[in-house]
Design a protein around this ligand. Structure first.
Ligand code: NAG
Ligand code: ZN
Length: 387
């Protein structure tokens, strides 16, 4: 069709107008563009995560800080963000921790952690609830605690690679297979490597060729040591009140402890009650049904788990593992179709809000000490234990 000159003029005026709006209006007014672009409708690779995490911190220095807690076996940074407006009086704030777990193939969990960052950073000063979280708490988000395994799992669609779970620890040649001994296998299951229930002789955790190889000794891996050391550091020890570690899959809201059946922390009822409330809220959104309990009781024991160790060795009260959708009916459904990432992010965030609300409610009279010395656990935060 022939386009007359006046029409062209109109079009270009419109374009100019749109361009002006984009340039002039600051992000705050547009509502939610403080973060660099991250595509949550597809699976991304490690460099995108790395750039994104660094970018969010770089662009929002007034309330976001980059955290590198260590390096992986292959030297990749273990990256996260501290999201929290520094308190006016410089006092220590209560903290919470959200992570995307440490299993290579559990890609949706890593992406949902990014969804949480999007929510917190872009909602600050726009959404009242988010603003309250960011003002009241320091929320640490670590999307990927096993970057080497993740990178490896992205290199091929062959099941052996794409379904990789462990880190990339050098091979150990004492493995066993069917009718085979002295088999060489790579990798340690970081979620069996913590010092809880660890035993040289427990099968299959002592078999280097098992997907759940615990490693030669507790904390043999730099990735698990980094988490331990940061959790025990003066930066967060004694003020970390809730920790949620996301995995896939099964729709399970997992409570401690899991290194043994029928073994529970003293305050198990509190953890269970809150988990049930959160799971109900998640269900209300689109009927995603979580089962609540210990994995040891629901599925079988798993020794050396990160959250078990954290619950046992720190005063952090609410410690959970979430096995995100889908449910257990489908085998090996670790990687849902990526168009589910945002719906799963949304519903899971609803559960996280229940937890953060409870953290704020329970700690409102808590007066954190100025700082905590790295001495023994008991004297570091006696006040905290009574909460
Ligand atoms: C290999 O694995 C076995 C079984 O856990 C362990 O005893 C041994 O120390 C490991 N070797 C190395 C070099 O890590
Ligand atoms: Zn997992």
């Amino acid at each position: 069709m022939f386009v007359s000159p006046p029409c062209l003029v109109t079009i270009s005026y419109r374009l100019l107008f749109v361009a002006l709006i984009l340039v002039i209006l600051p992000n705050e007014i547009c509502g939610g563009a403080r973060t660099p672009f991250f595509d949550l409708t597809a699976y991304s690779d490690w460099p995108q995560f790395e750039d994104y995490i660094k970018g969010v911190a770089h662009d929002n220095p007034s309330f976001v800080q980059l955290k590198q807690i260590g390096k992986s076996r292959e030297g990749r940074p273990l990256l996260g963000l501290k999201i929290g407006k520094p308190s006016k009086d410089g006092k220590r704030k209560i903290a919470s921790w959200l992570d995307g777990g440490n299993h290579a193939r559990e890609w949706p969990a890593f992406h949902v952690a990014v969804y949480f960052i999007e929510k917190l950073v872009n909602g600050y000063l726009i959404d009242d609830k988010i603003t309250k979280y960011v003002d009241t708490l320091d929320i640490y988000v670590f999307p990927i605690l096993n970057p080497d395994g993740f990178v490896y799992s992205r290199t091929s669609t062959r099941a052996m690679i794409r379904q990789w779970r462990k880190n990339r620890a050098p091979e150990n040649c004492t493995g066993t297979g069917v009718f085979q001994t002295d088999v060489c296998c790579v990798g340690v299951d970081l979620n069996r490597n913590y010092d809880i229930g660890f035993s040289q002789s427990s099968y299959p955790f002592n078999n280097p060729c098992s997907d759940e190889f615990q490693g030669p000794y507790p904390f043999s891996e730099p990735e698990s040591r980094a988490v331990r050391d940061f959790i025990m550091s003066s930066e967060i020890y004694g003020r970390l009140y809730a920790l949620v570690s996301m995995h896939t899959h099964g729709q399970l809201w997992i409570l401690p402890y899991n290194y043994q059946k029928r073994t529970y922390p003293q305050d198990f009822k509190d953890l269970e009650t809150l988990a049930n409330r959160a799971a109900e809220k998640v269900y209300a959104y689109r009927e995603t049904k979580y089962r609540v309990g210990t994995a040891a009781d629901l599925l079988g024991t798993a020794t050396g788990g990160a959250t078990d160790w954290i619950k046992k060795n720190t005063p952090t009260k609410y410690v959970y593992v979430l096995e995100l959708p889908p449910d257990m009916k489908t085998w090996f459904a670790f990687q849902v179709k990526p168009h589910w990432l945002i719906p799963i992010g949304k519903e899971t965030w609803i559960g996280i809000e229940v937890i953060l609300d409870q953290v704020i409610e329970e700690t409102k009279d808590f007066k954190p000490t100025e700082s905590t010395a790295d001495s023994t656990a008991d004297i570091r935060s006696p006040r905290f234990r009574q909460l």
